[in-house]
Design a protein around this ligand. Sequence first.
Ligand code: ADP
Ligand code: MG
Length: 466
Amino acid sequence: MLVDGRYRFTRVPTATDLLNGLNPGELWEACLARASETLDPTAFSSWLEKSVFEELDAGRLTILFPNNFVAGHAKARFGEMLERILREIAGRADLTLNFVGPPAGPAQEGASEPDAPLPRGPAPGTDYLRPGYTFERFVAGPNNQLAYAGALAVTHDGSNSSYNPLFIYGGVGLGKTHLIQAIAHRISQEKVPRTYRYLSAERFLQQYITALERGEVVLFRNKYLNVDFLLMDDIQFLKGKERTQEEFFHRFNEFYQNGKQIVITSDRPPHELEDIEERLVSRFQSGLVADIQPPEYETRLAILHMLAKDEKIDVREGVLDYIATSIRKNVRQLSGVVHRLAAYSRLTGEVISMEMAQKEITSSLGNIASRITAGSIAALVSQSFGVTPNQLKGKQRKREILVPRQVAMYLMRELTTLSLNEIGQFFSGRDHSTVLNSIERISHLMSADAGLQRRVDDLRREMNAV
Ligand code: ADP
Ligand code: MG
């Protein structure tokens, strides 16, 4: 079960001498719980959430997925990581994982959704909506004003052409999914509810490929007929997926021409979407493009007040203010701190004091600090810029390599306690003045280049470093 973006491991482990006290099913659940702590919630729910343990045979755990495509993709993307987690939790180095789809036979559940006229409300194949992601629980502030107003406007006007599509972009944990789901909640609660189809681009891809595999593309397309709102979360995921982009382009046009509303979210503005076809990018730009920035102090405080009220917790004077001052870049982290404090307070019956809040924040920031190393920064930066870690450390001075190298140095300086010398050591023994120079140069470049600045902000957020 996913709760607040985390997979909750609910069953109490039964004692067996195997696998550190867990039976294999519980072991798999524990692995999922651990994986969900680091994975993006959308990726987690698209690829892993529906997996279940099937059998254990000679150290090999077979895990069942909804279909072969999901099983294959989950293996390629998360297989190694999950095996590592598995071995760690079970305390056995010999365990392996085997990911499978259901045995061949009659079509599985969900494969043959009836083609009958759609009911009002969510269209089949729509992703789950979080109950709390409503307009009522969204705090509007200067940081998200335009996106908020745009989202509200489309629920009033439907496909008012000037807001079609509505394209909302912003960094991780800033409320994009909340806003797009608020639209779905709102239009399905109207007196005459309108229909919507809400899904992440990742899910769109997955469903499209499954449809191709099964020769059910017509069925797939039919699900987009008779729908009033197409709400697509995290469009950046279509990067490099040409055929799926092509399909999306057609669905997009169909919606648009039929005067239906389209809302899209993304982690970056349309023109910075890489490996997305030009014609799609220009479609995205043709309506209202609205960004969400990290919230200002007042908005953070208002969000905290709302969360504290929801959790019905008592906090001492100044505590919320302290949290709002300490965590600045990510709303998800704000709510994480409040939820953990609330749980603690319910358990102990204590009112949340400044001391408790300080401890919680230091420990969550401490966790972050211990996770971030020169190696993890180098790995993330190389991946993001498409260079190899060796190129990053090496001597080449081509711009495509130099910039990521400097970004990595900059982030190491900011996020770790490494000295300039130590950073230099990491980069094939460069001396500290070279490192300092590089950091200064990249800071300069960032102040002149908003795209680069945003990219670095995103990397920082990806590492969950506030
Ligand atoms: P994103 O999709 O941009 O990564 P989410 O929409 O998942 O971020 O938001 C992360 C968390 O922060 C969610 O729990 C969401 O409810 C909360 N949140 C973000 N912005 C706001 C806001 N302005 N008001 C209330 N809650 C917010
Ligand atoms: Mg999201």
